[in-house]
Design a protein around this ligand. Structure first.
Ligand code: FAD
Length: 420
C-alpha cells in the first residue's frame, strides 16, 4: 500500500452537497458510498486530527469478525456478516494484506459451557460459515499451546490492518472527486434555512446534508445539532501487552474467551496481527478522556461529562466487581498474564512487554445500559452514527450502505436510497 493520501484540499470547502464529519473507517466508508451513489454531488470529509483514522480505527485488534456474538436480527449480526464478506473481497481487489487465519473460542470452566452453546447457536443463525465445535484433539491441531474443556472454531475469522483499509477508502474518495480536509475540528453545528452550517477553525462549511461519524465525540456533535443527549459516549480504555518475538509461537492465530453476554466487550484475547506481532488484551476501564491513551492522561471536560451522566453511576452500581478485576489487570502485569494463561498455560510474565492502548467509544444510556447494537439518530438535515463500537471496522462497508440508504430516506434524496 502507498502512504496515506494527502487530502486534496487542506481546508474544508465553503459549501458542499454532502458532508461527512469524522475521517475514521466508518466516515471514510460512508463518504465512499455517497460518491458511489451520487457521483455528481460534492462530497467532503471534515476531520479534526491532522491524520485520518487516528483514533479507534488505528488502535484496534485488527480482527475481521465473522459475526458470531451478536443477537440474531440485530444490526451488528446482519452488517458484520455482510461487511466481513465484502471486506475480504475489497482487500483482495485492492491488494491489502489480510488473512483468514481462523479463531478459536475457548470454555475453560463448566459454567461457560451453556454460553459457548449459545454462541454456536447465534453464530449459525447469523449465517457464519464453517463455525463448528471442536474437541481437545481438534484444538491441539489448530492451537497446540491452548487449553480448554470445550471449544468452537470459526475458520472464516481473519486479520487485517484497519488503518491500511481506511487509507484505501480515502484513496477511493479522492479518486471519486471527494474532498478530505484534516485538522478541521467541527466545533459548532447550526441549522440554517437551506443548509447545515459546520463551524471549524477555517471558518464554516454550508452542507445541504451531513452524516456525523465522529466516534468518541459523536454524542457531543449530535447534541450540538439538536439531538437528545441520551446515549452519552463513555470512553473505555483497553491496554494491550505483546508477546516477545521468541514466544510468538505460543499463538498461531486468534484465541478468544467466552465473553459475558451482558457486556458489549469480547474479553481478553490473544491476537496475531497481520505484521506477525501477537497482542494480549484489551482491558476495559472507564477512561478520563475520549482520547486518553496513557494512564495518567485526562481531559477535565470529558471526565466531568462522564461523572455527571446518571448512566455512569447506574452502570457502576451494577458492574463494580467486574471493574475491580479490570483495574487489577490494568495495574498488575502478573494479573493480566494470569488471565491470559487460563487459555495458554505456558504463558509467563517474562514472555510479555507493554504494547499499545485503544479507547473504545461506547454509548451508555441514561438508565445505565451499555448499548449493545449499532445506533443511529437523526436531526434536521443530518444523520448521526451514535454507537459504532466493535465490529464496526469489520462491518464498515455494510454499515456505509445501511447508513447512506437510511440517510437517503430521511433526507428525501432518492438517488441515495437504492443500490443493487
Ligand atoms: C481496543 C480496540 C480494539 C478493537 N478491535 C476491533 C477489531 O478487532 N475488529 C473490529 O471490527 N473492530 C474493532 N474495534 C472497534 C473499531 O475500531 C471501531 O468500531 C471503528 O474503528 C469505529 O470507526 P469510527 O470511524 O466510527 O471511529 P474512529 O476511528 O474513532 O473515527 C472517528 C473520527 O471522527 C473524528 N472526529 C471526532 N470529532 C470530530 C469533530 N468534532 N470534527 C471533525 N472530526 C471529528 C475523530 O478524530 C476520528 O478520526 C476495536 C476498538 C478498540 C478501541
Amino acid at each position: 500500500m502507498s502512504a496515506a493520501p494527502r487530502p486534496g484540499q487542506p481546508q474544508p470547502p465553503a459549501t458542499c452537497d454532502l458532508a461527512v464529519v469524522g475521517g475514521g473507517i466508518v466516515g471514510l466508508a460512508v463518504a465512499r458510498e455517497l460518491i458511489h451513489r451520487s457521483p455528481r454531488a460534492s462530497v467532503c470529509i471534515v476531520e479534526r486530527e491532522s491524520d485520518l483514522a487516528a483514533h479507534q480505527t488505528s488502535h484496534s485488534s485488527g480482527v475481521i469478525h465473522a459475526g458470531i456474538y451478536y443477537r440474531p436480527g440485530s444490526l451488528k449480526a446482519r452488517l458484520c456478516v455482510q461487511g466481513a464478506r465484502e471486506l475480504f473481497a475489497y482487500c483482495g481487489e485492492r491488494g491489502i494484506p489480510n488473512e483468514r487465519c481462523g479463531k478459536v473460542l475457548l470454555a475453560t470452566e463448566i459454567s461457560e459451557l451453556s454460553r459457548l452453546e449459545e454462541l454456536e447457536r447465534r453464530g449459525k443463525s447469523n449465517g457464519v460459515c464453517g463455525l463448528r465445535r471442536i474437541d481437545t484433539a481438534g484444538l491441539a491441531q489448530i492451537e497446540p499451546h491452548a487449553r480448554a474443556i470445550a471449544a468452537l472454531h470459526s475458520p472464516g475469522t481473519g486479520i487485517v490492518d484497519f488503518r491500511t483499509v481506511a487509507r484505501a477508502y480515502a484513496e477511493d474518495v479522492l479518486a471519486g472527486g471527494g474532498t478530505i480536509a484534516t485538522g478541521s475540528e467541527v466545533s459548532e453545528v447550526r441549522l440554517g434555512r437551506r443548509a447545515l452550517r459546520l463551524v471549524h477553525r477555517h471558518g464554516a462549511t454550508e452542507a445541504s446534508h451531513a452524516i456525523f461519524c465522529a466516534g468518541a465525540w459523536s454524542d457531543r456533535l449530535a447534541v450540538a445539532a439538536g439531538a437528545t443527549p441520551d446515549p452519552r459516549i463513555v470512553p473505555f480504555r483497553g491496554t494491550f501487552l505483546r508477546l516477545k518475538p521468541e514466544r510468538r509461537h505460543l499463538v498461531r492465530a486468534l484465541i478468544y474467551p467466552v465473553p459475558d453476554p451482558s457486556l458489549p466487550f469480547l474479553g481478553l484475547h490473544l491476537t496475531r496481527h497481520i505484521d506477525g506481532e501477537v497482542s494480549i488484551g484489551p482491558t476495559a476501564l472507564i477512561a478520563p478522556g475520549r482520547n486518553a491513551y496513557r494512564l495518567r492522561e485526562w481531559r477535565p471536560r470529558d471526565a466531568l461529562e462522564t461523572l455527571a451522566w446518571p448512566g455512569t453511576w447506574r452502570m457502576l452500581r451494577h458492574w463494580w466487581p467486574t471493574g475491580l478485576g479490570e483495574l487489577r489487570r490494568a495495574g498488575l502485569r502478573s494479573a493480566f498474564v494470569r488471565a491470559a494463561a487460563r487459555y495458554v498455560p505456558e504463558l509467563r510474565v517474562s514472555d510479555v512487554e507493554p504494547a499499545f492502548a485503544g479507547v473504545r467509544a461506547q454509548a451508555l444510556a441514561r438508565d445505565g445500559r451499555l448499548l449493545d447494537d449499532f445506533m443511529f439518530s437523526y436531526t434536521e438535515r443530518a444523520l448521526h452514527v451514535r454507537n459504532a463500537p466493535s465490529p464496526a471496522a469489520s462491518a464498515s462497508l455494510a454499515i456505509a450502505r445501511h447508513v447512506v440508504g437510511q440517510a437517503g430516506q430521511a433526507f428525501g434524496l432518492e438517488h441515495l436510497q437504492a443500490r443493487g
